[in-house]
Design a protein around this ligand. Structure first.
Ligand code: AHM
Ligand code: MG
Length: 315
């Protein structure tokens, strides 16, 4: 049985980097405990709701951000925090070697219905500044709060998966995750079809045409609406996730955020043998222009991502 602490030691000699991942894991373990009883505490609604004792409650997005902030403040290795919940980057200290960019609670619209949500994080070297390409990440990970609480993390090598046990220990359950090269599952919000571009429409129509269509194969569709849950399924059994640029999101650059959603997920998926693209450019090669920048996201099984890219190349 390998624990997270043992794995961290075997992955890197950089004690500061080990401690940053350990801090994010500790924050996530604490958050996991909060989420498990959130409906009792009346915390699943919007901010301003009251719990069963009639006390005002903060939304879990805010609580999650506070938990991450608390753990990172205690860690001198972290100089700066970028969070989906905070307009500006927060300076946590001087001299810390690392920046953490996080979506502390992704998919929070799923909380009211007890569906998997997650925490996503990217670790960057402070020396590189706030706006670094995804390829420069020192580490990345996410935690999925599902039937089990799973931590998926990569430093430079393989993508490792841990499960939080009843004693609060992270136990390794997958040593080197591999995204299957091929798959018969795609994930996209099909209610947005009227906004899609020709490439997205072409890819999806080819997929739903099944074994008698041009793809020559039957596909199934899955969409949790929680990126962490959709990506975790794809990491474990293959598939493709698409949140492409469409006519409604084009003015914003896309739906999902580059620094703390697209980049860490792409780093993990590519580390497990999959691919990640905007359709036209590798996500990890995007030069960021802002900390909350949004980008189109297409990632997953290599063969499927290549088929989607082929549609972009011809439209
Ligand atoms: P959030 O960070 O505000 O939770 O938004 C991101 C979420 C992703 O988890 C998910 O893939 C996507 O938004 C769902 O979008 P949609 O509402 O179009 O289904
Ligand atoms: Mg999010």
């Amino acid at each position: 049985m390998t624990t997270l602490a043992q794995w961290l030691k075997s992955e890197t000699d950089d004690l500061a980097l080990q401690s940053v991942i350990a801090s994010m894991a500790a924050a996530s373990a604490e958050l996991s405990g909060v989420l498990r009883v959130a409906p009792i505490a009346g915390q699943t609604g919007l901010a301003g709701h009251t719990n069963v004792q009639g006390e005002a409650q903060k939304a879990l997005d805010v609580i999650s951000n506070d938990i991450v902030l608390k753990h990172l403040r205690e860690n001198a290795a972290v100089a700066t925090l970028i969070s989906e919940e905070l307009d500006d980057a927060v300076q946590l200290g001087t001299g810390g070697a690392y920046i953490v960019a996080t979506d502390p609670l992704d998919g929070s619209s799923n909380l009211d219905v007890n569906v998997t949500v997650g925490t996503i994080f990217s670790v960057l070297k402070s020396a590189g500044g706030l706006l670094q390409k995804g390829r420069a990440q020192a580490a990345a990970g996410y935690v999925a709060y599902g039937p089990a609480t799973s931590l998926v993390v990569r430093i430079a090598g393989a993508v490792s998966v841990f499960t939080l046990d009843a004693e609060g220990q992270w136990v390794q359950v997958v040593v080197a995750a591999k995204v299957p090269e091929t798959s018969g599952e795609f994930a996209i919000n099909t209610a947005r079809e009227r906004f899609w571009d020709a490439a997205t429409t072409g890819y999806v129509q080819e997929s739903v045409a099944g074994e008698t269509g041009p793809a020559g194969k039957r596909y199934n569709m899955r969409w949790v609406g929680s990126m962490v849950a959709d990506i975790h399924r794809i990491l474990m059994r293959g598939g493709i996730f698409l949140y492409p640029l469409d006519s409604e999101t084009v003015s914003k650059g896309g739906r999902l955020r580059l620094l703390y959603e697209a980049n860490p997920m792409s780093w993990l998926i590519e580390g497990a043998g999959g691919l990640a693209t905007t359709g036209r450019l590798g996500i990890l090669d995007i030069e960021p222009s802002g900390i909350h920048q949004r980008v189109p996201v297409i990632l997953g099984s290599a063969e499927e991502v290549r088929r989607a890219e082929a549609w972009y190349a011809k439209t």
